[in-house]
Design a protein around this ligand. Sequence first.
Ligand SMILES: [Zn+2]
Length: 646
Amino acid sequence: MWKSADFKEVKVTDRYYDEALHIDISNMLKLDPDRLVAGFRETAGYIAGDDAKTIESFMKGKSRYGGGWEDGMIGGHTLGHYLTALAQAEANPAVIGDELNRVKERLDYVLNALKECQDKTIGTGYEGYIFGANLPTGEFKANPAQQFDNVEKGFDDPFKMAWVPWYTMHKILTGLNASFKLAEKKTALEVANNLGIWIAKRTEGWSKETRETVLGIEYGGMNDCLYELYQINRTLKEENSSLCHKEFERFAAAAHAFDEDALFEKVAEGKKDIMDNVHANTTIPKFIGALARYETFRNEEKYLEYAEKFWEMVIDKHTYVTGGNSEDEHFGKDCILDAERTSVNNETCNTYNMLKFSRRLFAVTGNRKYLDYSARTLVNAIMASQNHETGFTTYFQPMATGFHKVFNTLDGNFWCCTGTGYENFTKLQSGIYFRSQGKLLVALYLASGYTTDNYTVEQECDFTRSGKVKLSIKPSEGSAIDSELWLRIPTWAKDIPTIMINGNVTEPVQKDGFLVISQEKIAEGAEIELDFELGITCENLPDGPNTYAFMYGPYVLSARLGTQKIMVRPHGISVVAAAGRSVDSDELRITAEKSVDDFIKNIDKYLVKRAGEMEFDLSGVDKPLVFTTHYNQYVESYGIYWKFGA
Ligand SMILES: [Zn+2]
């Protein structure tokens, strides 16, 4: 059992990551909180039976944001993400001074507004219910929980009947949980508990058939957030806290109502192509919820197995080199990836969820593969999802060669991925350090500081400059370090690195795929230096043996393809996708070797790094290309995958 370091204990010092954090917060603070809560206020007003004028004044004369989502039937989902992202920011030691004050003030403002809304439901048939979706007709105004009623009847027209209200509810409850867990907001817990009871009442009233109907429509990770709320209260009970809700056991039962055992069993059987045309972001959170059940009770191994089986399936059969998955939001047939490279791959919510899932799976299992995936995905999908100048983020990341990334705007696109995008950059400090009994693990190499009661760790690392990692471990005054030091060996490392402790070369032991340095060697503190050999690695696709992507150390590379074809088109429900393609073809003919295999074997000769730059020249092909790190390609069209022919 490993435990991730607390949000408050880790500060990322890498400049690029730090900039990503602050621009994210600056955008969040630019949003008008009254517009984000407008829908919640309107809903509460109708529940309380207020007249139009009273409702208008309760809404402070503000309306929901536009763009088709916030003013649609999924409205209010952004506020859930907003709560989580702000709570993470408040707990982040890199957020200080005026910025911290503004974050705190904003989070408190929004939570108080939600409490006010919830208070208006007291004594009504909707007690505890808060929701922000658009109320499109008189019928919805008369019954502000109409979407939930419609879902129970199987109606899911997103314009007229229901646009995944349980998915939205998951985001709201998760945001309330995070506000309590990370930022100790008692108001958040109170609102969450009252909302939890409204949810529990609803699930308790379901017949077997109704439950099946509800589970047939996207419901996010309702199991995950309800298990979390149950865990929060269980801990409070153990602490004899008066904050514990007296009926909190109902949250676990409600969570279980959202466990889709039939689906879990189907995945565990591992039949061929069972994810074909299945909506990825609907499905991933369900399995995070299965893991949550295991984390909560530790008594039913099968829920852990469901989670592990699903994770393996996604990674082995549906994942690109960046760690992303999906084509137009859906999984395809097993191992069909080359054939599904388009302008709409890799929805950001999916990588957000897979990252969260992987770190939690590692904590429970200790299996290194979950960290390998996390490290890859953080830099090549999450960091790659942000426009570093504006802070805005992607919905899709095309895997077809020649397209570009499309980013949201501040007040025009409140997509699901806009919300996960806000969350991603306020929690960059998570997943770097883990602890277990007598062990400290460096899971991710990223410039950062880690402060505990017993010791501090300072990590210096910048793989864009060299393969060197420096760790300074210092015991707190009067104490000695009581842990072994565990170090992850990255999958891309060409060899076991040279390790120096206080200037002396040392031979570490390997355990479970980690390098382990004994407690004696670091007890009094130590300066540790690792030197990884950085180099090019090549990865092809299961259905494209000659379709290759390249990495340099931890970085996926993509070719620079210019800005001439930056064009967008509408896609799906009020989403925007890349339209202009900068190349006619992604085929490259090898001129320097006789076969693709020989070319790839000798790639060091043909893909050559320029000294002092993260620019790589590809030669030995009919069309020479310049590659760079993919994570900061936010201006040009790009090409990660290329089809080689002899
Ligand atoms: Zn999304």
